[in-house]
Design a protein around this ligand. Structure first.
Ligand SMILES: [Zn+2]
Length: 286
């Protein structure tokens, strides 16, 4: 069993055959798909898909990608907060699972995003506040912004000023509000930075990139990642693993990434799957 922790199957790339894509994921032995929002529109679509899905296979997140950080507003954050609370109430009432299970993707992209870095940081911070307030983990997109990403996350860690302020503002105790939990999705930075991420208690998640022949440095990161610090994802429709490289990616292909991790770490596939499931369930609170 595996979970694709980062899929964008609400994108138009899947409009023609979404049901078949989901079926193939089930047939490949996936247990769940997490549909990750990256704008106001795609977040709404992800939540709708997860809430309409009665099989318990689809889950959603809400967030603004650094490319779309200019969409951030208090109004949007308040709307998402309302959705999250309503979703939590509905789950409690029905005895079912929560469908909105994380905040993101959010983060910083100094390589490709056209949005001013200060605006990106503002948006990232708003997401981190919402995540801590709602008790949800955060999915972080980081490109060429290693230190700024880590520093902002540390602001919302146990001793961080942002976290302490949230506690003061709500008048609650530290025990009532956990510090931020985060995953660096589609990890692509150096081994040296990965060590800092792990030391700070954060997770790393790997995509099909680790199967590309050129990704030697990244395979060193996989080799060294502590067993409790990784998850797998597709980031589909992008980044199909080597076996389907250049084609549209889809959740069922996440198996190839898990196989690569097993090969790199010298583990059996079933042991990698077991570990990934344990890490994923713990991180998202299933
Ligand atoms: Zn993504």
């Amino acid at each position: 069993m595996l979970i694709d922790t980062h899929a964008h199957i609400m994108f138009p790339e899947f409009d023609e055959d979404r049901e078949e894509v989901i079926q193939r994921a089930m047939d490949a032995g996936l247990e769940r798909i997490i549909c990750v929002g990256c704008g106001a529109g795609s977040s709404e679509a992800a939540v709708k898909m997860a809430q309409e899905d009665e099989s318990g296979f689809l889950y959603a997140t809400v967030g603004l990608h650094p490319y779309d950080a200019m969409e951030v507003s208090d109004e949007l954050m308040a709307r998402w907060e309302k959705w999250i609370l309503a979703d939590k109430d509905a789950a409690e009432e029905s005895g079912g699972a929560r469908k909105i299970i994380a905040i993101g993707e959010t983060g910083l992209d100094y390589f490709k995003s056209k949005v001013d870095p200060e605006k990106q940081k503002y948006s990232f911070k708003k997401h981190l506040e919402l995540a801590v307030k709602m008790g949800l983990p955060v999915i972080v997109h980081n490109r060429s912004a290693d230190e700024d990403c880590l520093n902002l996350l540390k602001e919302f860690s146990r001793d961080g000023g942002g976290y302490k302020k949230l506690i003061r503002d709500c008048g609650c105790e530290e025990n009532d509000m956990a510090p931020v939990k985060a995953v660096f999705h589609c990890y692509g930075s150096t081994l040296e930075f990965a060590r800092k991420v792990w030391a700070a208690g954060f997770m790393t998640s790997f995509t099909g990139i680790i199967t590309y022949p050129s990704a030697k440095d990244l395979r060193e990161v996989v080799k060294e990642v502590p067993l409790d610090k990784f998850m797998v994802e597709t980031d589909c429709p992008y980044l199909a693993p080597q076996g389907n490289r250049g084609k549209r990616n889809e959740p069922s292909y996440v198996v190839e990434t898990a196989e690569k991790i097993a090969e790199i770490k010298g583990m059996g596939l079933s042991d990698v799957e077991k570990q990934v499931m344990e890490n994923t369930k713990k991180f998202f609170g299933f």
